[in-house]
Design a binder for this molecule. Structure first.
Ligand SMILES: Nc1nc2c(ncn2[C@@H]2O[C@H](COP(=O)(O)OP(=O)(O)OP(=O)(O)O)[C@@H](O)[C@H]2O)c(=O)[nH]1
Ligand SMILES: [Mg+2]
Length: 548
């Protein structure tokens, strides 16, 4: 800003060009001098005014403090779903604006579930076993490891008499899967972006492990599971690879060449880019033959979805299919399988995603995504909340650390229903064991010693369903021994287990963990949870500010 003392400035060295420029002319008259001094005083007044405004703005920003919250947890623990709930509560207009874009993800989730079923019920081909041994892969997601340590597919197989008919009727879905993945990843990309898995840190075992497009082929197997913990740190990248896209996204019938989970990098604005979105923002008149909505566009994916709907429904309702899936230990209901019970509604020409659909839609996160919300505190003062949603897969976790420096709170999610599942990115690792190890790393991290931590023991709804279906925790967690296999006993056990790890490993013995049992897809329950989390974070933040 302007200098307050003017006279000394004029006495600066003549070599100073600024001083030279500011010097009054040598032939300045008294009247000119008076005029100049008046103008300089006026300029100073304006400059002081600006300084005052900046100070006031800074003060106001100080009155609107910022809170930084990190969402941590393994992949599929529910981080992005929690973020959607924050958005629904504190930025509903943005949530509603995104609804149409989620249609593509929901279609893709449903298509993947259907194709996974087709792959699972395909008649066993003895040649395929040889191919598997040669290093090709099977789809890893949602494979449940049985108590005997092997997927049941190796033991019993129910034949599905209508398999060929289903395959023929649903053949268009193979191509649609590739198209949707491409649309979501980026309409401009040649390749669907799946899992960010072309990273150089992959180690790929066999010499023939590269696809036609030069990307490494995945190296996935379902190993025997003996309940052991992983030798790797859960914060380090995994050395095994899962979820690799197939070469060129082929529409081959075999699961061995099908692409796995689609993810979107944080830098890609897939919601805006998705070409179908624009069409409903400017509905056209039917009289002019222009399209009124996506349902009028013959190229829109809805038409394939709609025409395949009867076959999809028959497949999902077929008793021999259900039996076969059960025998193979494939429980689709736990992931995007939710949409299998809603086929008629979702494939309708004018289908528009509901809030529940958006919350259940699965799209893997890659990188770290920042979202800001203005959230009022208990005295109705506005605060800026920056919430960071991270990719939870093992090979993503090294991106978390730079955010540990100035974070105020962490919401850590552990999906406690996943005790009988393995990581998609490393099928050697049980998901519950991974969550426990990750929790240990987070609570024992010195950088995070003074950070307020909220623990969501999540997916309680799925845990209840699993227990009701007769799944025994002790079969997967031998340490549970002969304790009762009911929901209440199990949740108390998990509460103690996570609590003990914190008590033993934290560098901050004063820290209290706020532990909540959650089902973050449940909007009503999560609203209460988010309000309580908000109050506890604000309180802890106030306390730490008073200590400063
Ligand atoms: N039934 C049920 N489903 C849940 C719950 N929480 C999350 N899900 C579903 O689980 C899937 C994975 O959730 P996400 O929120 O995408 O998981 P994430 O932690 O963000 O995973 P990454 O992005 O891979 O790190 C989604 O389909 C969610 O709808 C829950 O409490 N109950
Ligand atoms: Mg996510």
């Amino acid at each position: 800003m302007m200098k307050s003392k003017l006279e000394p400035q004029r006495r600066r060295s003549e070599s100073d060009p600024l001083a030279l420029a500011l010097q009054p002319p040598a032939n300045e008259t008294d009247a000119d001098r008076e005029k100049r001094l008046h103008e300089e005083l006026e300029a100073k007044r304006v400059s002081d005014g600006i300084d005052e405004m900046l100070r006031a703005e800074k003060k106001e920003r100080k009155n609107k403090p910022e809170i930084k919250v990190l969402l941590l947890g393994q992949s599929e623990s529910g981080k992005s779903t929690t973020l959607k709930q924050f958005q629904l509560m504190h930025s509903p207009a943005a949530f509603n604006a995104d609804r149409t874009a989620w249609r593509a993800v929901i279609y893709l989730n449903l298509v993947k579930s259907i194709l996974r079923i087709l792959d699972a019920i395909a008649p066993e081909d003895p040649l395929e076993d040889d191919a598997e041994e040669a290093g090709e892969h099977a789809e890893p997601a949602s494979i449940i490891i049985t108590s005997r340590g092997r997927p049941q597919s190796a033991l019993t197989v129910t034949r599905v008499p209508k398999y060929e008919r289903y395959r023929a009727a649903l053949a268009p879905l193979y191509e649609l899967e590739v198209r949707l993945a491409r649309l979501i990843s980026s309409p401009d990309d040649d390749e669907p972006e799946c899992n960010d898995d072309s990273r150089p840190h992959w180690t790929v075992g066999s010499p023939n492990a590269y696809g036609r497009n030069g990307r490494p082929l995945p190296n996935i197997s379902i190993p025997d599971y003996h309940g052991s913990t992983s030798p790797l740190s859960p914060l380090s990248p995994s050395t095994t690879v899962a979820g690799q896209p197939s070469p060129g996204g082929s529409s081959s019938s075999s699961s061995r060449s099908r692409q796995a989970e689609v993810s979107v990098h944080h830098s890609k604005d897939w919601k805006k880019k998705w070409s179908l979105v624009s069409r409903i923002t400017s509905p056209k008149s039917a009289h002019t033959n222009e399209i009124e909505g996506w349902w009028d566009d013959p190229k829109d994916p809805v038409h394939i979805m709609h025409s395949c709907a009867p076959a999809m429904m028959q497949l999902w309702d077929d008793a021999s299919v259900r039996r076969c899936l059960k025998e193979k230990g494939l429980r689709l209901e736990e992931s995007s399988g939710f949409f299998l019970n809603e086929i008629r509604r979702i494939t309708a020409l004018r289908y528009f995603p509901t809030t529940d659909d958006v919350l259940k839609a699965r799209l893997k996160t890659t990188g770290v995504v920042e979202h800001s919300f203005i959230i009022p505190d208990t005295q109705r003062r506005q605060m800026i909340w920056r919430i960071y949603d991270v990719g939870g897969a093992r090979y993503q976790r090294q991106t978390w650390t730079p955010y540990f420096d100035d974070v105020n709170a962490i919401i850590f999610l552990a999906p406690i229903s996943a005790f009988d599942q393995v990581l998609a990115e490393d099928p050697k690792v049980n998901r519950l064991q991974d969550s426990l190890l990750l929790w240990k790393e987070v609570v024992s991290n010195k950088l995070l010693a003074n950070v307020n931590i909220i623990l969501f023991l999540n997916k309680c709804d799925l845990l209840k369903d699993k227990l009701a279906a007769g799944v025994q925790l002790a079969s997967h967690l031998p340490g549970y021994r002969d304790r009762p296999n009911d929901y209440e006993s199990i949740r108390q056990y998990f509460k103690a287990k996570f609590g003990n790890i914190h008590a033993q490993c934290s560098h901050n013995k004063e820290r209290q963990i706020n532990l909540l049992f959650t089902s973050v897809t449940d909007t009503r329950g999560t609203k209460v949870v988010i309000n309580s989390v908000r109050d506890s974070i604000i309180k802890a933040n106030l306390r730490s500010m008073q200590l400063m």
